[in-house]
Design a protein around this ligand. Structure first.
Ligand code: FES
Length: 106
């Protein structure tokens, strides 16, 4: 899939806030951090829990189910019980809209 998908208006999106959207059947969580937008698959690599509602501490997010930690900017796993990185997606702001695309199959 190569199309950019509209997620939400960029204007007024709160710093530290997030929105979860459907990216062609994949739950994607988009966060605003330090004025930039980052998108991760909203599924923990440990046991598939949604992760967007986890505690955000700087650039790290903690899975609400068992406490695995990930870098929000890179998806890199930082603490067990997860051992695989989260999938990240490219994000851009176009015409005032936050857009995400699934670049895994390019
Ligand atoms: S499902 Fe996320 S740490 Fe277990």
């Amino acid at each position: 899939m190569n199309d950019w998908i509209d997620i939400a208006p960029a204007d007024g999106f709160p710093e530290g806030g997030h929105v979860v959207a459907d990216l062609d059947g994949i739950p994607v969580a988009v966060f605003k951090l330090g004025g930039e937008f980052y998108a991760i698959e909203d599924a923990c690599t440990h046991d598939g829990a949604e992760i967007a509602s986890g505690r955000l501490d700087g650039g790290e997010i903690t899975c609400p189910r068992h406490g695995a930690r990930f870098c929000l900017k890179t998806g890199k796993v930082l603490a067990p019980p997860a051992y695989e990185d989260l999938t990240c997606f490219p994000v851009r702001v176009e015409g005032g809209m936050i857009q995400v695309r699934d670049a895994r199959w390019d």
